[in-house]
Write a protein that binds this ligand. Structure first.
Ligand code: HEC
Ligand code: HEC
Length: 332
């Protein structure tokens, strides 16, 4: 027995160490679980609006063909209205769905949840009341850098019918959570196009291309990855040309495949990549008829003249907080 005591002591030590490890491992797991539970408990309850998918479009309804056609036009705009469109050739080849994800049904994905409930409404840019048709035409002329559609055309009626169907569960006047674009807080500095270029190269370029040109499927003529700048992209009158809109869209939806609950870009990266993309070349739209009241221009509207004395570059890239504070003080 005497000869075995060193082995016994080693055995005891090993047992104690292993038991200790187990206990501390268990405690750590317990702590991790608790931390995770705290995170979950503090997550906002998901009340964001989500639209029905196209396969819910009623088959028996009187206008189901029209709603269905409206969905098709949103999801596959280029097939009907693109440069080689089967109905007419009036757009740049992008699809509405490139920016209004999954037919405009995704929470925080620039969806159409509040379109039917809130239009017609006053819009300062147009200095008047805007109908759903007018709003659709705005995106056709700016985001798709194309031409308007007459409201008597079947295509326009179809898009309208689809929006009506999508919004039929939303009470008149309501804007449910996560509809449209949900803006990010301002940075305390100007957004930085150079920092944004690095974000672009590492996180966007693989799909959207070295020159922001996107990638087209040669057989279908539809974009697999839509362009972000250059001649086939949205023009400088489009909503995405304002970096608050771009940053908001990208933060919650890009790189493609993420969702707003699991965003991977920091707010700063989203603002910086917005600044980079919107500093690149794109088609120009004459906007001289917009904003009759210059005081109504949004803070990040990138073209002067302005009702304040901040320069165009600050209105385009920020910092926005000083502008906001100055406007607030001026209105007191
Ligand atoms: C390049 C991106 C892009 C494309 C493509 C695009 N849109 Fe938009 N659209 C936007 C952005 C950004 C806004 C929000 C602008 C804002 O809030 O200032 C918007 C807003 C809208 C709205 C108003 C939403 C609301 O809640 O007020 C409607 C309706 C709309 N788009 C319809 C369309 C239709 C129909 C098409 C296709 C013909 C289309 N859009 C294509 C970017 C796009
Ligand atoms: C894995 C591929 C992929 C990556 C990476 C990716 N995107 Fe996209 N992006 C897409 C696709 C696909 C769409 C169109 C979505 C649709 O039609 O359903 C899109 C749409 C967009 C749009 C709206 C349409 C347009 O062309 O204007 C913007 C803006 C955008 N992406 C920006 C970015 C930015 C910024 C990054 C990097 C932070 C990024 N994307 C990374 C695939 C990608």
């Amino acid at each position: 027995m005497k000869r075995h005591w060193p082995a016994v002591i080693i055995l005891i030590i090993v047992t104690v160490v292993i038991a200790g490890e187990c206990i501390s491992g268990y405690r750590k797991r317990e702590a991790d679980d608790k931390a995770m539970a705290d995170v979950r408990a503090n997550e906002p309850v998901d009340t964001a609006w989500r639209g029905w998918s196209y396969f819910h479009i009623p088959r028996q309804a009187e206008d189901s063909d029209l709603i269905w056609y409206g969905y098709e036009l949103i999801a596959h705009t280029a097939d009907y209205l693109g440069p080689k469109g089967s109905v007419m050739q009036i757009t740049n080849g992008m699809n509405c769905q490139n920016c209004h994800l999954e037919g405009g049904t995704v929470p925080y994905g620039n969806n159409y949840g509040k379109v039917f409930s809130t239009y017609p409404k006053y819009r300062a840019r147009n200095h008047g009341v805007q109908t759903i048709y007018d709003r659709i035409n705005d995106c056709l002329e700016r985001s798709l850098n194309g031409w308007q559609l007459d409201s008597n055309l079947r295509e326009m009626k179809a898009i309208y019918a689809y929006m009506e169907w999508l919004g039929s569960d939303v009470p008149k006047g309501a804007s449910p959570g996560g509809t449209g674009l949900v803006r990010l807080p301002y940075l305390d500095r100007a957004a930085d196009p150079e920092a944004g270029r690095k974000v672009y190269v590492s996180q966007c370029q693989s799909c959207h291309g070295v020159n922001g040109e996107g990638q087209i499927n040669g057989q279908t003529n539809a974009y697999v990855y839509p362009p972000l700048w250059g001649p086939h992209s949205y023009n400088d009158g489009a909503g995405l040309f304002r970096i608050s809109n771009f940053a908001a869209f990208v933060k919650n939806n890009m790189p493609f495949g993420i969702s707003y609950q699991h965003a991977t870009l920091s707010d700063a990266e989203a603002w910086d990549v917005a600044a980079f993309v919107n500093s690149c070349e794109r088609p120009h739209k004459d906007q001289s008829a917009d904003w009759k009241e210059i005081a109504d221009k949004p803070i990040d509207f990138p073209f002067g003249p302005y009702a304040d004395s901040f320069p165009e570059t600050q209105h385009k890239y920020g910092p926005f907080e000083p502008i906001r504070t100055a406007l607030e003080q001026a209105s007191k």
